[in-house]
Design a binder for this molecule. Structure first.
Ligand SMILES: *Cc1c(COP(=O)(O)O)cnc(C)c1O
Length: 483
């Protein structure tokens, strides 16, 4: 600053001299570690263009490779003594891309990790360039309120009442943890409380219980019925028992879309039960919650609007780039009551509270940007299409499985788990292990989750590049394995 008078106009050539060494030619100039604040930096532009070219080529050639890399090249780990030049950096990036999982491959069907939405990719780049901090208003003016307003839009679309609000989190694990911490803070005497959930609920609840220092027996896994849904009678019985023992119930956690089956717990009935017993209802709708946005499929999420808190992960099906999770609260104020500390090193917020006081995280990137822009890109029609097509693909796939020789597991979403009918569990497990490998060789990546006492295979049909022909080929390969 000292050598440049304030407000002086500086040519881009001068700026390059100041910030990027002595070579004004973008193709050979060194990339300045910090872009010039005086003029558009042509070397940075060139670097970002070429980075984008590599990325587009990586996505655009996905189908020619495999969902998983056959070989993983090893990048150089430590920084060299001297700064790396532009070509070295591009090479470094290419090495990492060559060894990465490829969600855009049409056969990538293993997990809840769809290809990235194109608008989300751009928003992520801008997010990095802005480098704002959702911790405090003064570090993210505009983006903080964008987050709050988008959370409120979700609340409204999910049917939560006025006064509802939320916060974004780096993943559903954090959202679930914050939900349970808020539930505990909302009531007195919940210190030795119990959390009731289904045996098919997500492992993040185990982490939450540990982090919260709950008693070893505090997380109670209740049975599911033939459809994989939490048994109401078991919940009712347990609540009655806890009341008799005078042990508080911290929360009932319903899952709207279990990780293996995609089963949806009976939300309206659980909401009634929780109301009767004055117990917090958290719905882990990390997977299923997005269906509430769809006019055609919102009925799947009936009762979600009765929840006290909701976890919803737009990263899992809509293609919003990771991480993208929302925690929504029926009473939005409970977040600041639970997590507010005051931020003595910050200016007073212009809105009610700082972003760093409504959740567990402090410094946070503006993850809202890729969610907001992704939803804007899709529009209502696009959202509907993504969701409907995923359900259709699952149906088309499931319909072609040989039900005489395979146990096709239940579930209501875009997930399909199945296993062989071998009565012997060792043989069943060996079959799934072998078939998973074989399918991978053919370009189809399924997952192999443990469900109850045995491993099954699972396909997740959120990949928009999977065609009916792919689904037929996949089903044939599977059917052939049990013939
Ligand atoms: C994925 C998942 C989570 C955890 O979300 P992360 O973003 O992986 O932390 C929680 N609950 C359910 C049902 C999930 O499928």
């Amino acid at each position: 600053m000292s050598t440049i008078p304030r407000g002086a106009r500086i040519s881009s050539v001068q700026s390059l001299l100041l910030h990027a060494g002595s070579d004004p030619n973008p193709s050979t100039a060194r990339l300045a570690p910090f872009a010039s604040p005086y003029a558009t930096d042509p070397v940075l532009q060139d670097f970002l263009h070429r980075t984008a070219d590599l990325l587009c080529a990586w996505i655009g050639s996905a189908e020619q490779h495999s969902p998983l890399p056959l070989m993983r090249p090893q990048p150089s780990i430590a920084p060299n003594a001297e700064p790396a030049d532009l070509d070295t950096l591009l090479h470094d990036l290419q090495v990492v891309m060559d060894g990465a999982f490829q969600p855009s491959h049409p056969g990538s069907l293993a997990h809840l990790d769809p290809p990235p939405l194109t608008a989300s990719i751009a928003a992520e780049l801008v997010c990095a360039g802005l480098n704002n901090n959702l911790l405090a208003d003064e570090l993210s003016p505009g983006l903080s309120s964008l987050e709050q307003e988008l959370c409120r839009w979700f609340c409204q679309r999910l049917g939560l009442p006025k006064g509802a609000g939320g916060v974004m989190a780096s993943g559903g694990t954090l959202s679930n943890l914050m939900a349970l911490v808020t539930a505990r803070a909302s009531g007195q005497g919940l210190g030795d409380g119990v959390v009731l959930c289904s045996r098919d609920s997500h492992v993040s609840l185990v982490k939450a219980a540990r982090v919260m220092g709950l008693a070893n027996d505090a997380l109670v896994f209740l049975p599911t019925d033939d459809d994989g849904q939490l048994c109401l009678a078991a919940v009712e019985q347990k609540l009655d028992q806890l009341r008799r023992l005078q042990r508080p119930c911290l929360a009932v956690v319903a899952t709207a879309g279990t990780t293996v089956l995609g089963a949806i717990d009976p939300l309206p009935q659980l909401a009634d039960l929780c109301r009767q017993h004055n117990v917090w209802l958290h719905v882990d709708a990390a997977i299923g919650g997005v269906f509430a946005l769809s006019a055609a499929h919102a009925s799947l999420m009936r009762g979600l609007d009765q929840a006290d808190s909701i976890t919803l992960n737009p990263q899992k099906l809509l293609g919003i780039t990771k991480a993208s999770s929302l925690l929504l609260l029926r009473d939005g104020h409970q977040l600041s009551t639970t997590f507010g500390t005051g931020l003595p090193y910050m200016q007073q917020p212009t809105s009610e509270h700082h972003g760093g006081e409504v959740g567990l995280q402090g410094t946070r990137p503006a993850e809202v940007l890729k969610l907001w822009l992704g939803l804007r890109q899709l529009g209502e029609v696009g959202i509907e299409t993504v969701l409907s097509n995923a359900l259709e693909r699952r149906k088309a796939f499931a319909g072609q499985l040989d039900a005489n020789r395979l146990t096709v597991l239940p579930g209501e979403l875009h997930i399909q788990a199945f296993r062989s009918k071998h009565s012997d569990s060792a043989r069943c497990n060996a079959w799934s292990d072998h078939l998973r490998q074989q399918l991978l060789t053919a370009g189809y990546m399924l997952s192999r989750p443990l469900h109850q006492d045995r491993f099954c295979l699972k396909g997740v049909f959120g990949n928009p590049h999977t065609t009916p022909e792919h689904l037929s080929e996949l089903a044939q390969l599977i059917n052939r394995s049990v013939r």
